[in-house]
Design a binder for this molecule. Sequence first.
Ligand SMILES: [Fe+2]
Length: 387
Amino acid sequence: MFHTFNFNTPNIIFGLDTIYQTGKEAKKLGATKVLFLTGNNVKKNGYVEKVEQLLKEEGIEFITQYESRRTPEPTTDLAENVAKFAKQEKVDLIIGMGGGSILDVAKMAAALMTNPLQVRDYFGKGKVPNKSIPSIMIPTTSGTGSEVTKHAIFLDEENNVKKAVASANIMPSVAIIDPMTTVTCPQKVTADTGFDAFLHAAEPFVSNMSNPLTDSIALESISIITKWLGPAFADGNDIEARYQMALGSLLAGLVLNNSGTSLIHALAYPIGGEFHVPHGPSLTCLVNSSFNYIKVAKQERFARIAKAMGEITDGLSEREAAEAGLNAINHLMKSVNLPTSLSDLNITDKSKADGWAEEAYQERRLLSRSARVLSVEDIKKIYLNAF
Ligand SMILES: [Fe+2]
């Protein structure tokens, strides 16, 4: 097989206490006035004041804004309001610090500074024509990968469905990943976002968009997350676990940005939109039925996932090794209390599967990467097997 690929990434600064480089990085990007977007929950970790101090030391003016969401996913008006304010204030750099939603709002606001339309006009692939103003993203979870990706996800309130802007022009300039900023991340969010990261590595690995570069990164990410998600969940103050999860999540984010997610993320959109389920559980409830469905196309790859997860595969047939991979994935979700079926989320109305299948089928950007060609009827079956 012959591959053609390119690899995109913001400038990455990773490691303990790297957050102290924020002021200098802002200066390098030519900032004179910064909009610093963060969240009330983030304030508790003490890093908001630190970033403000670092900007002051560089003589950079700044305004701090606290994003307040009404729904698990941000609505489009949030990014539009931030951009409107940033334009009025003549801001020349946006810093986002928080979970994936805050980073998505900050990225999109930076894009709206140089692009004339509203967020919903940019839903889909490659629709943002102009490059954003410079931005720095600092994640406080491990992780959605938002700090290194070209994606921003919003709730389209008109249609009550989650939609993505996917455009290289919204990719941040710099991602500062300091594991210390994730230490106060609550246990449930650690599990939700940690497994989201696992899927950002695993889903592309078993899709049609995999390539040798993202494959090697994905397998390393899968190994790290398998080993360290449990310890980070069990004790949030375990710095080594937080460090490793930040690394695993960064690697997964790079895979996500360059090979993209597929089936599970596509099928999760209608669930997340209708029931306002956070991103993590909206995925995990579909993992077993989705991976079982595409296993036939990528058996050898599920066997490699088993090996990366530390399963003993010597002496097993490829089919048995693939099965061991699926079992290990299920075990990892259960070990950190994640829902593994729709019923676990108290979603029990099977008649809804028709509507979800029609809706998910429209996610061509994601489904075109699926290793198994999917009809509306196939998607419905996957939903029904997820109850
Ligand atoms: Fe995700």
